[in-house]
Design a protein around this ligand. Structure first.
Ligand code: GDP
Ligand code: MG
Length: 685
C-alpha cells in the first residue's frame, strides 16, 4: 500500500449535540449548521481533509443515542456505518457527560469496525475541574481515546493521526479488565480477552448458539457476534434478513437485559476513569429550575419571543434609514443615467419602476431579517430550543404531538423550509405529517416585511403589538389545527418525550456568524433571483394589455386577472384587484406581496415614510382601512406557503396528494380566519 494518496473513509458518529458537526466544520472548512438541540443534522454530509500525505473523506451523520432503528436518524446513520465503505468510525463523545455517551460507544465497539473515541468538549471538562483518566479509559474500552475540543480546535491532528494508525486494526487491543474471572470458568470462551462488553453467562451462551447457526447458514457474514446480539434483541431488520429459526433458541427479547448490562459496565468504567466529577455548581440546573418551571416556563417563552420581535422591529427600523437614502439616490441616478444615454422609456420604466422598486424595496428589510435570525441563532446555540420543547411537551401532548414537534414549529419563525426538514427527527410518521401541516402557520421571516409595512401604515401607534399578534395568531391556529386533527385520529399513539436537555452553552460567535450569514445570503440571493424575476413579470403583466402597452394599469392583463378573482375575496375584505394580484404573486415568495405592492402603486421605496404615505393614500381612496389591513396580514400569515416550502413538503412527504392537500388546506384556513376577523370586526367598527 502506498502511503501517498491514500484515502481513508471516516464517519463521525455520536449523540446529538456532542459536537460532530463542529468537528466536521473544523476539518473541512465547511459551514454546516451547528446548534444546541437534537436533530440539527438530518442528512449525511461529506467533506475532505488532508494531513501528512493522506486524504481523509469525512462524513457527518445525524446524532443518535443507540444503534436501534426506530427514528429516521438512527436508520440513516446505522445503515451508513454498516454498509458503506467506512474504514474508521470516529465516535464523538461529549466528555463532560461521558456516562451518557458511552452507551453508543459500547454498541459501536461491538460492531467490530475500527473505532476511535474522540473525547470532545475537553475545554468544558477542564473549566469545570473534572478529570478523566485518559490512560485507563482506552485500556478498558480497547480503542484509542483522543481528547479534543472542536471549539478550541485542540487535538484535531492527533485524532486524524490515530485514525490513520488504527485503520486496519479491527481486532481490539489487549484488554485489561479487573473482573473476577473465576466465576465464569464454566464458560468455554474466555470472553474477557476477546470482547470489551461481556454479558452474563446465560446471554453469552445464547450468543454462542446463535453464532454457531449463523456460521453454518451465513458463512460470509462479517461480525457474527454483533448480529447474534441484535438477534437476541429481536431487532426487526436483522431477524428478517437472516432467518435462522431463532424461536427454538430464545423465547423472548433480551433487549432490556442487554441494555442493563451495558449500563452496568459503563458504571464500572466511570468509576475507574472519571477521577474528579463535576465540582462546579451546575449553571444549567439553576437556570432550568426557572426556564422549565411548570408555571413560569410558558410565560417566559412568550416573553422571550416578544423580546425577539421587539428587537427585530425597533433595531431593524432604525437601520433602514441608511437604505432609504441609498435607494432614493440609486433609482434617481439610474433613471437619470439611462435617460441621458437615450434609453427607451419602456426600458427605463422596467428597470426603475419594476426591478429597482421590487428588489430594492425588499432589500430595505435586510436589517430586520438580520436581527431576527441573529436572535434565533442565539436561542438555538445556547440550548434554549430544547427547553421550549420540554416546556411545551404537556401542551403538545394534549394535541397528540410530542414536545419535540415544537422544535420544527419554532424554527418556522425563521423559515419553513429547514423547519419542515427538522421534522425528520420525529419518530412517528403520523407526527411528522401533522407537524409538516401546521409548521407553515408559524410566521416566517419572509412575512415580516408585510407586517412592518401594513402595521405602520394602518396602526401607527400599535404597530409592534399588531405584529406580535400575528405571531400569536399563527401559533394559535397551528395549535387549533393540531387539536382538530387529533380528535379525528382514532388510534392515538402514546408519546414519551425522548428529548435530551443539552447543557446551556455560551453561544459560539463563529457558529452564529455562519448561521446568520447563511440566512442573509439566502435573502440576498432570493432578492436577486425569485424577486428579481417576479418583479419583471409583474411589471410586464401590469403594463401590457390585450392592445399592447397600456398607460392605465387598470387596462392591463394583471388587472383583468385580479378583477376576475376579486369577488371571491369579498367576505375577507380583500376584494381589490391590486391586492389579489399581490397575493397571487406572493406564492412565489412571501416578500413579493410587498415588492409587488411597490410596483402596483408606483412607489419607489415602499419601506419609507413617503412610500407608506403614498400607498396608504392609494389604498384609502378605495375604502381600504385598518380592518382590511388586519385581514390582509392574517391572510398572508396563513395562506398557501411559498414555492420553496411547497417543494419541501413534496420532498419530505413523497406525496403529491398530501402536498396538494396541505396547500388547499392552508388556503382554506386563511380564507376562513380572515373572513371571521373581517366580518366580526365590521360589527364593532
Ligand atoms: P452535533 O449535534 O453533534 O453535530 O453538535 P454540534 O456541532 O451542532 O454542536 C452542539 C453544540 O455544542 C453547539 O452549541 C456547539 O457550539 C457546541 N460545541 C461543539 N463542540 C464544542 C467544544 O469542543 N467545546 C464547547 N465548549 N462547545 C462545543
Ligand atoms: Mg450535527
Amino acid at each position: 500500500m502506498s502511503s501517498s494518496n491514500e484515502i481513508i473513509n471516516v464517519a463521525f458518529i455520536g449523540n446529538p449535540n456532542c459536537g460532530k458537526t463542529s468537528l466536521f466544520n473544523d476539518y473541512t472548512g465547511a459551514k454546516l449548521k451547528v446548534a444546541n438541540w437534537p436533530g440539527v443534522t438530518v442528512e449525511k454530509k461529506e467533506g475532505s481533509y488532508k494531513f501528512r500525505d493522506k486524504e481523509y473523506k469525512l462524513v457527518d451523520l445525524p446524532g443518535i443515542y443507540s444503534l436501534t432503528s426506530y427514528t429516521m436518524e438512527e436508520k440513516l446513520s446505522r445503515q451508513y456505518i454498516l454498509e458503506d465503505e467506512v474504514d474508521v468510525i470516529i465516535d464523538v463523545a461529549d466528555a463532560s457527560s461521558l456516562e451518557r455517551n458511552l452507551y453508543l460507544t459500547l454498541q459501536l465497539i461491538e460492531l467490530g469496525k475500527p473505532v476511535v473515541l474522540a473525547l470532545n468538549m475537553m475545554d468544558i471538562v477542564e473549566e469545570r475541574g473534572m478529570e478523566i483518566d485518559i490512560h485507563r479509559l482506552p485500556e478498558m474500552l480497547g480503542i484509542p481515546v483522543i481528547p479534543v475540543s472542536a471549539r478550541k480546535k485542540t487535538g484535531l491532528e492527533v485524532l486524524m493521526h490515530a485514525v490513520a494508525h488504527h485503520k486496519n486494526k479491527s481486532s481490539l487491543e489487549k484488554l485489561e479488565h479487573h473482573h473476577d474471572e473465576s466465576s465464569s470458568t464454566k464458560h468455554k470462551h474466555n470472553h474477557h480477552y476477546e470482547c470489551v462488553m461481556v454479558y452474563s453467562d446465560d446471554i453469552e451462551d445464547m450468543i454462542d448458539v446463535v453464532t454457531e447457526r449463523l456460521q453454518v447458514k451465513y458463512p460470509d457474514m462479517i461480525n457474527f457476534r454483533w448480529h447474534a446480539i441484535k438477534m437476541l434483541e429481536m431487532d426487526d431488520e436483522i431477524t428478517e434478513r437472516y432467518p435462522i429459526g431463532l424461536a427454538d433458541i430464545v423465547s423472548r427479547s433480551y433487549e432490556l437485559d442487554i441494555i442493563n448490562q451495558k449500563y452496568d459496565f459503563i458504571e464500572e468504567v466511570i468509576q475507574e476513569c472519571l477521577v474528579n466529577k463535576d465540582k462546579k455548581a451546575h449553571v444549567t440546573d439553576i437556570i432550568d429550575a426557572i426556564f422549565t418551571n411548570r408555571i413560569l416556563g410558558l410565560p417566559i417563552f412568550l416573553a422571550i419571543m416578544a423580546l425577539v420581535f421587539f428587537l427585530t422591529f425597533t433595531i431593524g427600523d432604525s437601520l433602514k434609514g441608511v437604505f432609504e437614502i441609498f435607494l432614493k439616490w440609486f433609482s434617481g441616478s439610474t433613471r437619470g443615467f439611462l435617460g441621458s444615454v437615450g434609453t427607451n422609456e419602456v426600458l427605463i420604466s422596467l428597470v426603475v419602476d419594476g426591478i429597482i422598486a421590487g428588489v430594492g424595496g425588499i432589500l430595505t428589510f435586510l436589517p430586520n431579517i438580520f436581527i431576527l435570525f441573529l436572535a434565533l441563532a442565539f436561542l438555538e446555540d445556547s440550548g434554549y430550543m430544547s427547553r421550549v420543547a420540554y416546556v411545551m411537551d404537556s401542551i403538545m401532548g394534549k394535541l397528540g404531538l410530542s414536545g419535540r414537534a415544537f422544535i420544527p414549529m419554532m424554527l418556522g419563525f425563521g423559515c419553513s423550509v429547514p423547519a419542515i426538514m427538522a421534522s425528520r427527527s420525529l419518530e412517528d410518521p403520523k407526527d411528522r405529517m401533522k407537524t409538516i401541516l401546521v409548521t407553515p402557520f408559524m410566521s416566517c421571516s419572509a412575512k415580516l416585511p408585510i407586517y412592518v409595512i401594513f402595521s405602520q401604515m394602518f396602526f401607527p401607534k400599535h404597530a409592534l403589538l399588531v405584529t406580535y399578534s400575528m405571531y400569536l395568531i399563527g401559533l394559535m391556529v397551528a395549535v387549533m389545527v393540531a387539536l382538530i386533527l387529533n380528535t379525528f385520529d382514532k388510534k392515538k399513539s402514546l408519546h414519551s418525550l425522548l428529548i435530551e436537555l443539552p447543557e446551556y452553552k455560551a453561544p459560539n460567535a463563529r457558529s452564529i456568524a455562519i448561521y446568520v450569514w447563511g440566512k442573509v445570503k439566502d435573502y440576498l440571493s432570493k432578492a436577486g433571483t425569485t424577486i428579481f424575476f417576479a418583479s419583471i413579470i409583474i411589471w410586464v403583466i401590469l403594463n401590457f394589455g390585450t392592445h399592447g402597452m397600456v398607460t392605465d394599469m387598470s387596462q392591463s392583463f394583471g388587472a383583468s386577472i385580479g378583477k376576475a378573482l376579486s369577488p371571491i375575496f369579498a367576505p375577507t375584505g380583500l376584494n381589490q384587484w391590486k391586492i389579489v394580484v399581490a397575493l397571487i404573486a406572493g406564492i412565489a415568495a412571501k416578500e413579493i406581496v410587498v415588492s409587488s405592492m411597490g410596483i402596483l402603486y408606483g412607489i419607489g421605496n415602499i419601506n419609507s415614510v413617503a412610500g407608506m404615505a403614498g400607498m396608504s393614500a392609494g389604498l384609502a381612496a378605495t375604502g381600504f382601512g385598518a380592518l382590511n389591513a388586519y385581514s390582509l396580514m392574517v391572510f398572508c400569515l396563513l395562506y398557501v406557503p411559498c414555492a420553496a416550502t411547497i417543494a419541501t413538503i413534496k420532498r419530505e412527504t413523497h406525496s403529491w396528494k398530501w402536498t396538494i392537500f396541505a396547500v388547499c388546506f392552508q388556503l382554506g384556513v386563511a380564507y376562513f380566519v380572515s373572513t371571521l376577523i373581517y366580518q366580526v370586526g365590521k360589527l364593532f367598527l
